[in-house]
Design a protein around this ligand. Sequence first.
Ligand SMILES: [Zn+2]
Length: 347
Amino acid sequence: MHTPSHKLDPDGDVLLTLHNPAAPFAVWVNRTLLPPPPPHSDSQHVSAKTDDDGSLSAKKPDVRFLLSSKHLSLASDYFKRMFRSPWKESSADLSTGYHHVDAKDWDPDALLILMQILHCQNAAVPTSVDLEMLAKLAVLVDYYRCHDATTIWVKTWIPNVKDSVPSVKSCFPNKCGRNLILWILIARVFDLQDISRTVFEVACKYCPCPLPTLDLPIVSVAEKVNSIRLHTLEGIFDILDWFLASYLNGTAGCSMECSAMLLGWLTKRMDGPKILPDERECPYLGHSTASVIEAIKGFGSPRWYHNDDELEHPCKLFYGQTELGTWIALRGLDLESLINDPNRRTR
Ligand SMILES: [Zn+2]
């Protein structure tokens, strides 16, 4: 039998074997133009099989941990259930005396830190970790369901990495990066409500595509973000289309010339960001709610004069509303309330 790489309990009765350690984690590619990833359940762990450049990873040797079933059962619902179940892991192998447990793809350093915590080896646990390691730990904590045991350590680690929480300023108007995804994961798993609200708001406003989950257990959050993004974008497009139709059929504008001027102006303005009805297609890749609203704020109105006087024609696009916010509110499209309502059903 192979000697364990890490003996968290020298008299341990559990031999955990980590296969394919350090598999690529939360692989980020430019997903703006890619379709949304297939759905997975929140707690399902699906590992990436390729490196960032798409090449196959070389197989790495297994890493073994000698552990205590008592410690694991006390701290982790996953292990408690495992050792009570009729599965083979619940009974010791008569030839070795160990319960054999398999894991795969995890980062071995992250798994070691988690096992040090679960085995109360506090002196060995690092007092600071980077964002990458914190995200890897969040996946492990979610998978092995040992949130309580890690709470005190999360409070220690968060201040050192909090500067990397994506902000409104860093993401405006349509930037959705890997850090945002990692922080959505971390905030959800460790129940960090302030950060959770910030990153959720950033994702709803500034993500220019369906939120990539990177195979992380954030599917329900991503579904809600995507629902709010689509609902908001479609509501805005409905309003713009209503104005196009109204100028076209003459129900808006004070005269034929006025309607024609405003119709032409709005058409050219919507053509700029490619949001005319025949230029856009769900899920509106490349458009965030913020980028569309920002574009509309810059639409302005045509300035023109009648020949028989020198007065500028008074009619303005959107009836003089300089911002579309009023129209959005009139149509019941309040992005803030959508973001703030935790009970809103996803599509
Ligand atoms: Zn007019």
